[in-house]
Design a protein around this ligand. Structure first.
Ligand SMILES: [Zn+2]
Length: 214
């Protein structure tokens, strides 16, 4: 087992862009087509960037562990990176990467099922290539776990679907209310890795609901 320090050192020397390209070319040859095929929710006359460019930048954001959208635009909007994205997507004439407002607008309007389709494609490719066969339980079954994960917490209710939880400070008796959004995920267990295969938002149906659905 590698220590955390060794892991950090190894990560420092890893070119995540190249690793991603390598994995994509090996396992997910049609990923570009899938990204291109995402149904664009925006008004078609104002579009500068197609969904594949925006989603590609988002993938890079995640594999490079960039935290904010602003940081993503700052770090990636460089000639070399833009050239690489053009080459990977087989497109021309990309002068700049989309502004983070453009990406946020696109993502907020996008139907999540459009991304779920891509996830299904990716999991199917991995299963088809029999990458996981050694991890079948009793040589037969797949291990799937269900897990509720918190996505966001808020100090104030931000929409009618927020889940609400109250915490009482035992010393002072003070009550703190936290509002949150959670998802229930089905995950395929492969050794010490898990692959998300299904996601449902856990929501209250409205303000009047007394019992939370969990
Ligand atoms: Zn909410």
């Amino acid at each position: 087992m590698a220590t955390r320090k060794e892991k950090r050192e190894a990560e420092k020397n890893t070119n995540f862009f190249l690793e991603f390209i390598r994995i994509k070319n090996h396992f997910f040859k049609d990923l570009n087509e899938w990204l291109r095929g995402v149904k664009d929710p925006r008004h078609q006359s104002y579009i500068t960037y197609l969904p594949d460019v925006i989603l590609y930048v988002m993938i890079l954001k995640n594999i490079m562990e960039l935290i904010s959208m602003r940081e993503t635009t700052d770090k990636l909007n460089k000639d070399e990176c833009i050239k690489n994205i053009e080459k990977m997507l087989g497109i021309e004439g990309l002068e700049e990467l989309p502004h983070y407002d453009t990406m946020n607008d696109f993502l907020s309007e996008l139907d999540p099922s459009e991304l779920e389709k891509i996830r299904v494609y990716m999991i199917k490719e991995l299963l088809k290539k029999r990458c996981f066969e050694d991890f079948r339980i009793l040589g037969k079954y797949w291990g799937v776990i269900f897990d509720a994960t918190g996505l966001y917490t808020f100090k104030e209710r931000h929409c009618e679907h927020c889940l609400k939880r109250e915490y009482v400070n035992k010393g002072t008796g003070e009550v703190t209310t936290v509002y949150m959004h959670q998802v229930l995920e089905a995950k395929l267990v492969i050794g010490d890795m898990v692959f998300s295969i299904g996601t449902e938002f856990i929501e209250n149906e409205g303000e009047e609901v007394s019992k939370q659905r969990l």
